[in-house]
Design a protein around this ligand. Structure first.
Ligand SMILES: *Cc1c(COP(=O)(O)O)cnc(C)c1O
Length: 363
């Protein structure tokens, strides 16, 4: 074993909590005394069913999800969900509203255009190299959309909606990079989806929280069975073989979040960690974050070096210091540090120390 002190700031697939990985390692070959790995057992076995039920009840407890909502553990990524939903909910002559505040919401909006009218509201305001959100009072809203879709935390731009968006239709939110990092009032939403590989587990699965009433509104007549939310609810997300190992790791992550104080504690820690890093960035012009303060993400924090010629040196020195996954997305440039639940505050402190030292040497 080496590299105990590596801190991984990758945006996704992202770091998982160390204790979760250690438990997975310890029971890798022998799960629950069965003599085989969890990935080698049937998803229909009583042991696996127990795991699945516990995962759902832990997740419901964490986010205080009432029985008005179904929780699904679906195959694939967030991309599958923003493709799957309009296919079931939107048809010719109907309108959906898409608030576009970054790359992911833009991709989601494009998918919906296959099925009905899309009122695309470009809410991202770019001025030079900085981002902000256009005030919602200036959005050209739809009168009666079937639903309004938005991305609660835009992973690439590092931009977060400070509150839930209201709609005359159903509210649909992509929470891939923020789920379990802040307290939610689930009743503000009708459909939430979150890909696992940011805050929940490895890639390959997406969690869906859907209001049962919304499912009744969907039309499944021309939809393949695996994409039919009603059938998935009836079959406990096991219409076909689910991604059992990802689900297992997600279940361990839920237990870890509960053991560490639940979503409130995660939110508290996310505020603390992100403030530490923003304070370092805002000290002077050596580093800048492009997002207007009230919309800054707590999970994904891009920062640009005043002198972009230093980017490669920054990254290679950071890597030597055990700080990895910091390269920014090409559309924003510079660096990006993702501070998901699994990132300990010591990781952020190590990054801040490194950044101060790097500035001293190169400023
Ligand atoms: C990562 C991400 C996606 C895409 O996830 P895939 O698993 O690649 O489909 C969508 N939305 C947000 C907010 C993301 O962070």
């Amino acid at each position: 074993m080496n590299n105990h002190s590596v801190f991984n700031f990758c945006a996704g697939p992202a770091a998982l909590p160390k204790p979760v990985m250690q438990q997975a390692q310890a029971e890798f070959l022998d799960w629950r005394g069965l003599g085989v790995s969890v990935m080698e057992v049937s998803h229909r076995s009583s042991e696996y069913q127990e795991l699945a039920n516990k995962a759902e009840s832990d997740f419901r407890e964490l986010l205080k999800i009432s029985d008005d909502y179904a929780v699904l553990f679906m195959h694939g990524g967030a991309t599958h969900q923003f493709s799957n939903l309009p296919m079931c909910l939107l048809s010719d002559g109907q309108e959906a509203e898409y608030i576009v505040n970054g790359v992911w919401s833009s991709k989601a909006a494009v998918e919906a255009t296959r099925y009905g009218q899309v009122n695309r509201i470009d809410a991202l305001f770019k001025q030079g190299s900085s981002f902000s959100l256009i005030d919602s009072s200036d959005w050209q809203r739809s009168q009666s959309p079937i639903y309004t879709h938005y991305t609660q935390n835009e992973t690439i731009e590092g931009l977060r909606f400070p509150q839930a968006v209201k709609s005359n239709g159903a509210v649909v939110a992509d929470m891939s990079s923020s789920i379990l990092s802040e307290v939610l009032n689930i009743d503000d939403y009708d459909f939430i989806y979150a890909g696992a590989q940011k805050n929940v587990g490895p890639a390959g699965m997406t969690i869906v929280i859907v209001k049962r009433q919304l499912v009744e509104q969907m039309d499944f007549t021309r939809i393949p069975r695996v994409f039919n939310y009603q059938l998935q609810i009836e079959q406990g997300s096991m219409l076909n073989t689910p991604p059992t190992y990802t689900w297992y790791l997600a279940a361990l992550v839920f237990e870890w979040v509960i053991a560490n104080g639940g979503v409130e504690a995660m939110e508290h820690s996310a505020i603390e960690k992100s403030q530490l890093l923003y304070e370092c960035i805002d000290m002077d012009d050596f580093y800048t974050n492009p997002v207007e303060i009230q919309y800054r993400s707590r999970m994904n924090i891009p920062f640009i070096l005043a002198d972009s010629k230093l980017n490669e040196t920054f990254l290679s020195k950071a890597k030597k210091a055990g700080l990895i996954g910091l390269k920014g997305h090409r559309s924003v440039g510079g660096m990006r540090a993702s501070l998901y639940n699994s990132m300990p505050v010591d990781g952020v402190k190590a990054l801040v120390d490194f950044m101060l030292h790097f500035k001293q040497q190169n400023g």
